[in-house]
Design a protein around this ligand. Structure first.
Ligand code: ACO
Length: 387
């Protein structure tokens, strides 16, 4: 017998003031602000502060906050040892889960604090970059090789692990750590917008996981480690690889139309268009379009993505006139990832480094008025005789 699993669809598990998602009207709101405005006009730090504290920081608050976040970046010798001891074949997400769980130190387990959220958000890029450099220089491992087969970064990215000494903001620091050199302002801006738009999306599977773990009054580090486990699954943290392939197949502006006509002519789909929930413009795609339009002249991949999108919209209207297909967030996420030369093994970890802000904001909110999660199941199996 096939047992029914509802997936809690349509069930309201909590009230929240953090984020609002409306797929019908295409709205994504963080604490009363349109997420697309935040992504275009604000920094990662400002929006993280907003999600945790409920309001945007003033100048002084922002300065203090940036200092705190930056002071959380350093990996302790013990965490480096732990990272060095991890099996080479362990995936990046599994490593992140283990190291985050171990990084709690002697932090009190309950209630969760903003300081703990800042600590994990600050240290996560360092965990990712350290592990990336470790496995990247260990090409003998088959797992590392297969993870790197697609979209390997250029040779400059092979630079050894070194922590930038300059006073860099969060996103600039992450890119510098990963690639061993300063990122361009255009790339920082595009990645900043992407990471803001990835921070929060309602009670999705990983955010719900974090809330469930925390509802037992377990510590914030455990809640985040569990959420990373939920994010790891392909049904949730999936990667925009299909769009990257499309853009690489297109290769140049001249090829955009013939290449897409060939795909649509064979009855196949253009990756990065259409969405199950958003039946109108996806606000995250709109925001990233705006940012990439402003930056297109500075980066050939963003330029190509702009052109490819316009061509796709025109061709979709021709081939699927009644379907109202819009660009989805994966299209521009891919354009940004490709532009900054992010290796594909780092797509989901980078998404995680952003979504950690939403997870921790939800756990902090819930701790104000906690109740353990305890849904029920319907028993449909056999009963012992006499019951
Ligand atoms: N390219 C061409 N045609 C499309 C596309 C597309 N990207 N998306 C939908 N269609 C067409 C279908 O062929 C179908 O046409 P038909 O009825 O004439 O055969 C019609 O539109 C409806 O398609 P459905 O699959 O029923 O639409 P649904 O809303 O359920 O699908 C989905 C959403 C799965 C995202 C789909 O649009 C798709 O496959 N897109 C391409 C893959 C993609 O971009 N995935 C990332 C999604 S973003 C995210 O998950 C965060």
């Amino acid at each position: 017998m096939k047992l029914k699993v509802t997936g809690l669809e349509g069930v309201v598990a909590a009230e929240t003031e953090i984020g609002y998602v409306n797929g019908v009207s295409g709205q994504l709101v963080y604490r009363g602000y349109a997420a697309k405005e935040l992504a275009v006009h604000h920094s990662f730090e400002e929006v993280a502060f907003l999600l945790w504290h409920g309001e945007l920081p003033d100048e002084l608050q922002l300065k203090e906050f940036k200092k705190k976040l930056a002071s959380s970046r350093r990996l302790t010798p013990e965490l480096k040892q732990l990272l060095d001891a991890m099996p080479k074949e362990a995936s990046m997400m599994s490593v992140m889960m283990a190291v985050i769980a171990a990084s709690s130190g002697s932090a009190p387990s309950w209630p969760p604090t903003i300081e703990q959220a800042i600590h994990m958000t600050g240290i996560l890029p360092s965990i990712i970059a350290y592990r990336y450099h470790q496995t990247h220089s260990a090409h003998s491992s088959q797992a590392a090789e297969s993870e790197h087969r697609e979209h390997a970064p250029d040779s400059k990215h092979d630079a050894d692990w070194s922590e930038p000494t300059e006073d860099l903001d969060h996103v600039a620091y992450y890119l510098h750590l990963l690639f061993g050199r300063p990122a361009s302002p255009a790339h920082i801006r595009a990645m900043n917008a992407y990471m803001i738009l990835a921070m929060e999306h309602g009670l999705n599977a990983s955010t719900f996981t974090a809330r469930v773990v925390s509802s037992t009054e377990s510590d914030l580090y455990s809640a985040v480690a569990a959420a990373i486990g939920a994010m790891k699954g392909p049904l949730h943290g999936g990667a925009p690889s299909g769009v990257i392939k499309l853009l690489e197949d297109i290769g140049s502006k001249e090829q955009a139309e013939p290449c897409m006509r060939a795909i649509l002519g064979q009855g196949e789909r253009l990756m990065g268009f259409g969405h199950r929930i958003y039946k109108t413009q996806d606000p995250r795609a709109e925001a990233l379009r705006e940012v990439t339009t402003a930056l297109a002249g500075d980066d050939p991949w963003l330029d190509l993505a702009q052109h490819a999108e316009q061509t796709a919209i025109r061709l979709l209207a021709e081939y699927k006139p009644d379907r109202k297909l819009f660009t989805n967030v994966e299209f521009y996420a891919a354009a940004v990832m490709r532009a900054v030369q992010m290796p594909s093994m780092l797509f989901t970890p980078t998404f995680t480094a952003a979504r950690i802000v939403g997870w921790t904001a939800h756990v902090l909110e819930q701790s104000q008025n906690n109740r353990i999660f305890r849904p029920q199941s319907t028993y449909v199996g056999p009963m012992p005789a006499g019951y």
